[in-house]
Write a protein that binds this ligand. Structure first.
Ligand code: ZN
Length: 132
């Protein structure tokens, strides 16, 4: 796979998409479906402090919703399915897409957060006082 080193954010996101360490591209990024490793087994880079929060779910739902609705409207424009078949087919498609995309979306967000050092910036920010 050819990766450009000219854009490090893009490279980190691509490596995350393929569930690889954004730093070296060799070690696994996940130890379970949505659990990232604490440290890369290949280069030792730390990932335990990175929190992707709702970003991966947002991206997954956005992509899945657009694809499933487009496919559903296309199919239903020339083929009238029974309601049960329509629900079964499109819910299965949506579920499969969510399961297929969620880990990759989390990899993209971890790669981007790691590359931008955003987790370190959040932890270095002074705590808000109650008056804020
Ligand atoms: Zn690594």
């Amino acid at each position: 796979m050819m990766l450009s080193s000219e854009n490090p954010a893009r490279q980190a996101m691509i490596r995350g998409f393929f569930q690889r360490c954004p730093h070296c591209g060799k070690g696994d990024l996940f130890r379970a479906y949505l659990k990232q490793v604490d440290h890369c087994a290949s280069c030792g880079e730390a990932f335990a402090h990175i929190r992707a929060d709702d970003g991966p779910a947002w991206l997954t739902v956005m992509v899945t919703g657009h694809v499933v609705v487009a496919v559903m409207m296309s199919v239903e424009s020339f083929l009238i399915l029974p309601l049960w078949a329509s629900i079964a087919a499109f819910c299965t498609l949506a579920g499969a897409m969510v399961l297929g995309l969620l880990q990759r979306a989390k990899g993209i967000f971890i790669g981007l957060i790691w590359q931008m050092k955003a987790a370190e910036a959040v932890s270095a920010r002074p705590a808000l006082s109650p008056a804020d």
